[in-house]
Design a binder for this molecule. Structure first.
Ligand code: GLA
Length: 742
């Protein structure tokens, strides 16, 4: 079993030692818990019935302010009991509860009533462990609370323990529930589909429930486990925002619910659809972690807090960065997938590697097609030996060649899948998720291996470990190209088979943990046909993600915009590919493609063998310019100055280094209409008193723009782009550097 992950360990990193936040406090008389961190206070208490009731979540309260004891909300006539109107921190389904419960169980004797009351608590680093117990039976729930002293981001999860003599069936288990008082709110969430991920949807919260979920066994392209609730109407830089993200890469659910008193609750955790976790006597179930935060600076402020937290506390470190406060910026990669698809071989890859090295690429990645009998997507998944026709001498000659060109080497794998046309499937058909005797639905001609099985887990860990031992590999692109169907697990007795939803994902995490432990310098990308597995669970084990198979540079602008509400540019891999683009048949200039991808972690995925000397030189120059400012772009504070959403004619972003010494600005035109000039960009977050020098990376500022001016000038007067910056699919980029000694 995966070692239990403790919240206090997560938030007890050394870099937080300097943060000024009072310790978690429990008011013994009033039975009120208080957590403070960053600009946030979070208070909850034990009410007169013994329930744990939320009291406050928002901007930091005064240090000496006290909160009255928790009083249950009134009932609304005989139809909505006080149990249902009171915002409980973690409610069992029972005692007249009609809103979403956090926990729903069936006892062995058929009882389905669960009423969780406060028992005791312990102080842990940056938080509390609060123990709840059913009013009658020995079902215990420990709620883990932890607050990051710097960002005020809260992490919550629950451990459910069965101390009955009989098993208990858990039918629904949330990590946490969060509450907001009655008001007018806007809900923001991210939806999509394959090649169309990361659409920001904004809608008023209405009475009833909005369900965000995946029933697919993994995170999914269709909805991402992130939400942001804004007081009033949406705004990028103003107003209160409560946001959160769930750390789980299996089927998940978040409900956003407005109750009969107009209060809002967000409940999230395992998806209860088809869920059933038989908890044996003495066993415990650990939920995923639900992270939330608060910002008074609109959606932009919310995403900047979340980015910093993800960089500092979620993303893994390699051996080389183990003691660093931040992971290192991603190497600029070359990947040949769009250029060659499955047609990889030693000579072709070596030729591409030479071209890539000339561009200034850091990492050369060989994608699908190198293993088993893999000629297309019909065969080979599961057979992880090097294809002897394509690589007669193994991978070593290619890897040596890549190293001799001063790049490191990465490899594509899809470990959780099997093609029926493979030696593995012929040997172990029972390893695929299936209901015996029923059809097995294929997608992309493949089936999902049941990672919940110990033998499958051992196989997957074994072959990955061997590939990494036998070859000098720095990076794995870990792909996952379909969702579950027929999720049967007939190896265990029927009442336990639905545990697959938990054990599969836990084993995935366990394999990643072990692999990183055995190969501490190897980095991993989470890819699932693009952005199908991006969440704060997988991001504890993977260094970057592939946001979308859609590499069209114009589509990517809105995708990247959406992505950054929840995740930082550091992990957002962005390749420059060929034009016209395979998906939209849109033609764009290489400059436009480069600048679109330079907003994230840059990669090249074009057929560079066909590039002209001019194209090669342009890309080489822009890669060098990118390298020089990359830490600011991927780890700085991101300001979305003009959104590309809703067919906007213009868009712009600005990234500012946290010490304010540098800023990078990107500006894009979709299609100039009626001669509009690009709007003046009022920059943000510079030091008003310091002088900054403007240097174009691509494009020009308007004639007369000072080369050097104060931060106050760039923020208040702003940056005008050259009047000639017009047309279709145009792009410009600038850097501003604080003058020496300031
Ligand atoms: C998925 C990935 C692509 C590529 C192919 C290979 O679609 O998202 O980037 O690796 O698989 O089959």
């Amino acid at each position: 079993m995966l070692k239990a992950f403790t919240l206090s360990a997560l938030l007890a990193l050394p870099c937080l030692a300097l943060a000024q936040s009072p310790a978690p406090h429990f008011d013994q008389d009033k039975k009120v818990f208080r957590l403070d961190g960053g600009n946030v206070s979070y208070l909850f208490g034990v009410n007169s019935r013994g329930e744990l009731q939320q009291l406050y979540w928002g901007a930091r309260l005064g240090a000496t302010d006290t909160m009255a004891a928790a009083t249950p909300m009134p009932e609304w006539a005989s139809f909505d009991s006080s149990v249902t109107t009171t915002p409980q921190e973690y409610s069992g389904w029972g005692a007249g509860l009609y809103v979403e419960p956090a926990l729903k169980v069936t006892f062995a004797d058929g009882t389905r009533d669960l009423v969780l009351h406060y028992q005791s608590h312990t102080l842990v680093e940056n938080g509390f462990d609060v123990l709840l117990k059913d009013v009658g039976r020995p079902i215990f729930v420990t709620l883990h609370y932890s607050i990051d002293p710097t960002s005020g981001i809260l992490a919550r999860s629950a451990t459910i323990a069965n101390r009955e003599a009989q098993p208990v069936m858990i039918e629904q288990a949330a990590a946490a529930a969060w509450a907001l008082p009655a008001a007018h709110y806007t809900l923001n969430y991210l939806t999509g589909r394959w090649a169309g991920e990361w659409n920001l949807t904004q809608e008023p919260i209405h009475p009833g429930e909005r369900v965000l979920e995946s029933r697919r066994g993994s995170t999914g392209h269709q909805a991402n486990p992130w939400f942001a609730i804004q007081a009033g109407d949406p705004s990028e830089d103003r107003g209160e925002v409560w946001f959160g993200a769930l750390g789980w890469s299996g089927s998940w659910r978040m409900t956003i619910e407005q109750d009969q008193l107009d209060q809002v609750r967000v409940t999230g955790g395992f998806n209860p659809f088809d869920f059933g976790y038989l908890l044996h006597a003495g066993e415990k179930l650990e939920t995923p972690i639900f992270y939330v935060g608060y910002s008074a600076q609109g959606l932009g402020g919310a995403s900047r807090l979340l980015h910093r937290f993800e960089l500092e506390h979620i993303l893994p470190r390699t051996a080389a960065t183990a003691s660093q406060p931040l992971p290192k910026p991603r190497p600029v990669i070359y990947n040949s997938w769009e250029a060659t698809e499955f047609k990889v071989d030693e000579a072709g890859q070596m030729a591409l590697a030479e071209k890539a090295a000339a561009l200034g690429i850091d990492r050369f990645v060989m994608d699908d097609g190198w293993f088993g009998q893999r000629k297309d997507d019909h065969a080979g998944l599961g057979d992880w030996y090097v294809n002897p026709q394509k690589f007669p001498h193994g991978l070593k000659p290619l890897i040596d060649k890549v190293h001799s060109l001063h790049m490191d080497f990465g490899l594509w794998v899809e470990p959780e899948m099997v093609n029926p046309d493979s030696d593995l499937y012929r040997k172990h058909p029972e390893w695929a998720l299936n209901f015996p005797g029923r059809p097995r639905s294929e997608a992309r001609n493949q089936l999902v291996l049941n990672l919940a099985r110990p033998d499958v887990r051992a196989y997957v860990l074994g072959f990955l470990d061997k590939i990494l031992k036998d070859n000098d590999i720095s990076f794995l692109k870990w792909d996952y190209n379909r969702n579950w169907s027929e999720p049967g697990w007939d190896q265990v007795p029927p009442p336990e088979q639905k545990r697959v939803y938990v054990e599969y994902t836990r084993n995935l995490y366990a394999i990643l943990t072990e692999l990183r432990h055995r190969h501490p310098n190897v980095e991993i990308e989470s890819c699932s046909g693009g952005g199908g597995r991006v969440d704060l669970g997988i991001l504890r084990y993977t260094d970057e993600v592939w946001p979308s198979d859609n590499t069209d540079p114009f589509d990517r602008l809105t995708q990247q915009d959406g992505f950054t509400y929840a995740y930082p540019p550091q992990i957002m891999m962005a390749w420059v590919t060929d034009s016209p683009h395979w998906l939209n048949r849109r033609s764009t200039s290489l400059t436009y493609r480069m600048l679109s991808s330079m907003q994230g972690s840059l990669g090249i995925g074009a057929n560079i063998a066909l590039w002209t000397p001019e194209e090669t030189e342009l890309a080489r120059r822009l890669i060098a310019a990118y390298h020089a400012v990359q830490p600011t772009i991927v780890q700085g504070d991101l300001y979305r100055l003009i959104s590309p959403r809703d067919g906007s004619e213009f868009s712009a972003t600005q990234s500012v280094k946290t010490d304010k010494s540098q800023a990078v600005v990107f500006a894009f035109i979709h299609s100039t209409q009626k001669g509009h000039t690009f709007p003046r960009l009022k920059l943000q977050a510079l030091d008003p008193a310091a002088e900054y020098t403007l240097t174009p990376i691509e494009g020009q500022a308007r004639e007369g723009t000072p080369k050097t001016a104060s931060g106050a000038w760039w923020m208040n007067y702003g940056l005008d782009l050259d009047g000639g910056f017009r047309g279709d699919f145009q792009a410009a980029a600038f850097r501003l550097d604080r003058n020496q000694g300031q």
